[in-house]
Ligand binder design. Structure first.
Ligand SMILES: [Zn+2]
Ligand SMILES: [Zn+2]
Length: 348
């Protein structure tokens, strides 16, 4: 079978590998689709701390179960499933509290386990035990089902923010996650959703999503526009869905008193420091929080939302390519001309 294997930074190779044989407690999946994530592009270029040897990349995975180990009950051959890549241990103090995103022994498919940029992949037993393998509703394509993974991350972020009826939500960064955040905020009942980006092309792509207001932060004054849209109060919720320290700093000025701010996107490892106006945090009683990944149950919720048609899935998928064209698709995503690209091993 073909697989896209990362050997070292900037050394992603498409190579032939034997189809893996599942152990008794594993599943073998024929990959239906695996979407490219922004983190895949970073990992391809710079590697990742949790990758130690050559590994098949790809963590936004949906496919068909083609072999079920004897000790992997609950699944059948021919079943369509989506696989949540973050595999919690189920035994540490955070797992015990139900906070699997913070698991002490978190491992990930596409990092420590071979991932979905391949024709076949093994689902490890720990992923099965943790509830990471979920049936794909009949009305979803594999490509649509891959969106469950990033969508689950947006759901996790907004659960932490407790977005609700009385909130104006301002989202900075109109990439795929920013667009999904707009949809999720509306589903959760937000009064108004504002979506901003410095790239007009991104804002064009964001038009179909649920944001009520789109702001071009390159040509308009973002702070002034958010105040104008909120009657001078600022937004109750600010989500920074862009890898930008400047945007994180500016988020404070966009927030209402007692506003909740999510640093949803990480910053480059080489430059993670920012400077904040601490007096804004103090006098305005601001809450600043992070968000990292998702829990298994968020992935189930994400599949449900996608199946209901509550998310603008078709507008997210800008390109579907066979495995042979994965590098080209990664470049297209990196250039920002499309929101998501999906690799489908069987597409010609
Ligand atoms: Zn992802
Ligand atoms: Zn754990």
């Amino acid at each position: 079978m073909k697989a896209a294997v990362l050997y070292a930074p900037n050394d992603l190779r498409l190579e032939d590998r034997p189809v893996p044989a599942p152990a008794d407690d594993e599943l073998l999946l024929r990959v239906g689709a695996c979407a490219i994530c922004g983190s895949d592009i970073r990992t391809r270029r710079h590697g990742a701390g949790n990758i130690t040897g050559p590994v098949t990349m790809g963590h936004e995975i949906a496919g068909t179960v083609v072999a079920v180990g004897k000790a992997a009950p609950g699944f059948r051959e021919g079943q369509r499933v989506a696989v949540a890549p973050a595999v919690p241990c189920g035994a540490c103090r955070y797992c015990a509290r139900g906070v699997q995103t913070m698991c002490d022994n978190l491992r990930s498919i596409g990092y420590q386990f071979d991932g979905g940029f391949a024709e076949y992949m093994i689902v490890p037993p720990s992923a099965i035990r943790a509830g990471c393998v979920n049936p794909v509703p009949d009305n979803l394509t594999f490509a649509e089902a891959t969106l469950a993974e990033p969508l689950a991350c947006a759901i996790n972020g907004q659960e932490l923010l407790n977005v609700g009826l009385d909130d104006v939500v301002a989202i900075v960064g109109a990439g795929p996650l920013g667009c999904m955040h707009a949809d999720v905020a509306k589903i959760r009942g937000a009064r108004k959703v504002i979506l901003a980006d410095v790239n007009p092309r991104r804002l064009d792509l964001a038009k179909p999503f649920a944001a009520d207001v789109l702001i071009d932060a390159a040509s308009e004054n973002l702070e002034a526009r958010v105040l104008e849209e909120t009657g001078g109060a600022g937004a109750q919720v600010v989500i920074v869905a862009a890898p930008s320290g400047k945007a994180q700093e500016q988020a404070l000025a966009l927030a209402a008193r007692q506003g909740r701010i999510s640093f949803f996107g990480g910053l480059p490892k080489s430059n993670p420091l920012i400077s904040l106006n601490a007096n804004l945090v103090h006098y305005r009683e601001l809450f600043i929080m992070g968000a990292y990944g998702s829990k298994p149950r968020h992935n189930r919720l994400a599949l449900e939302l996608l199946a209901k048609g509550s998310i603008h899935a078709a507008s997210l998928i800008g390109m579907v390519v066979p495995l042979e064209r994965i590098l080209e698709a990664m470049d297209a995503v990196a250039q920002g001309g499309i929101l998501k690209a999906v690799v489908q091993p069987d597409c010609r």
